[in-house]
Write a protein that binds this ligand. Structure first.
Ligand SMILES: NC(=O)c1ccc[n+]([C@@H]2O[C@H](COP(=O)([O-])OP(=O)(O)OC[C@H]3O[C@@H](n4cnc5c(N)ncnc54)[C@H](OP(=O)(O)O)[C@@H]3O)[C@@H](O)[C@H]2O)c1
Length: 283
């Protein structure tokens, strides 16, 4: 018999991931794994939480490294643990002034934010309990309306979309950037947008796939979070953002939801919520 409940957070040495581990240590009755790609940064984060009398368990996990993923899965298996909550938080963003070539930015962003998230989640699926919860940290950038091409939007949001087809579309995007055809083909100008739209498409597909196991798979826009990713700008602290995300992990209304930072459930294929919720003037 598994000994205790388990929650896992990726990319948890800082920012939102760290705040999520803190929130779960305070509100989840079980073992919370703080994972990070860099062991020293991760252990340091655990120590800070220990100072608050919170005790996550550390595990080194670079989600782009398949050996790391396999090792972690074997570890969970050998301990006979079953996972109640998986929060896919690790992510990257190249800001507008980034000097790296566009094709490198596209390749890396799709690799970390989409491909690695999918690979890790698929590897974890056998260890997730029936009735478990998966939360994918998306963004306002994951809203379907952010992809200019109607044809692409239809393909990405098709209820018949398979995982292979979604991976193919993400590869098509990277190839389009390499050939300088991404704008012409209607992908827009942001690898981050494409990666997070991919995350949302995966979320809804996985929800359909796991319905018989009663696993709730949801995605969330955590808000404009003050973190290293935004170079310290933003409108909410990681702790504030973590509350909405943790609620979705601990007691989701149901699966297949895209939740905005204020807790509203938003239609993925509806109007852009940055306008009607955040009052942002869109170009
Ligand atoms: N900040 C915002 O305004 C905002 C808005 C919407 C969505 N989000 C999303 O929220 C999530 C957390 O972002 P944040 O703002 O907290 O950013 P952050 O402070 O930059 O944290 C990102 C975390 O992801 C980790 N990471 C990156 N690549 C990884 C890999 N290959 N394997 C494992 N971990 C990896 C980073 O590790 P290192 O420290 O080793 O780099 C770091 O721990 C991301 O998915 C982001 O896209 C953020």
């Amino acid at each position: 018999m598994p000994v205790s409940k388990v929650a896992i957070v990726t990319g948890a040495n800082k920012g939102l991931g760290y705040a999520l581990v803190k929130e779960l240590c305070e509100n989840f009755n079980g073992t919370v794994y703080l994972t990070s790609r860099d062991e020293e940064r991760g252990r340091c984060a655990c120590e800070s939480l220990n100072q608050l009398n919170l005790h996550p368990v550390y595990y080194q996990l670079d989600i782009v490294n398949y050996q790391n993923i396999s090792k972690f899965c074997s570890f969970i298996k050998n301990k006979d643990q079953r996972v109640d909550i998986l929060i896919n938080n690790a992510g990257i963003l190249f800001l507008k002034d980034a000097k790296e070539p566009r094709d490198f930015q596209a390749e890396q962003t799709i690799l970390v934010n989409f491909t690695a998230l999918v690979t890790f989640t698929e590897a974890m699926l056998p260890y997730i309990v029936n009735g478990g919860k998966i939360v994918n940290i998306s963004s306002s950038s994951g809203h379907l309306s952010r992809i200019p091409s109607e044809k692409l939007r239809k393909q990405i949001s098709s209820p018949n979309l398979t995982l292979n087809k979604l991976k193919e579309l993400m590869n098509d995007y990277v190839e389009a950037v390499k050939q300088g055809k991404d704008i012409e083909e209607g992908w827009g100008d942001s690898p981050y947008v494409v990666s997070k739209v991919g995350v949302n498409a995966y979320t809804f597909m996985l929800q359909r796939r796991l319905a018989d196991r009663k696993i709730a798979v949801n995605c969330v826009h955590p808000g404009y979070v003050i973190s290293d990713m935004t170079r310290g700008s933003g409108s909410v602290t990681p702790e504030q953002a973590a509350k909405v995300v943790a609620k979705l992990a601990l007691e989701p209304e149901r699966g297949g939801l895209y939740v905005w930072h204020n807790g509203d459930i938003v239609p993925w294929d509806g109007p852009d919520p940055r306008a009607y919720i955040d009052g942002k003037k869109l170009a």
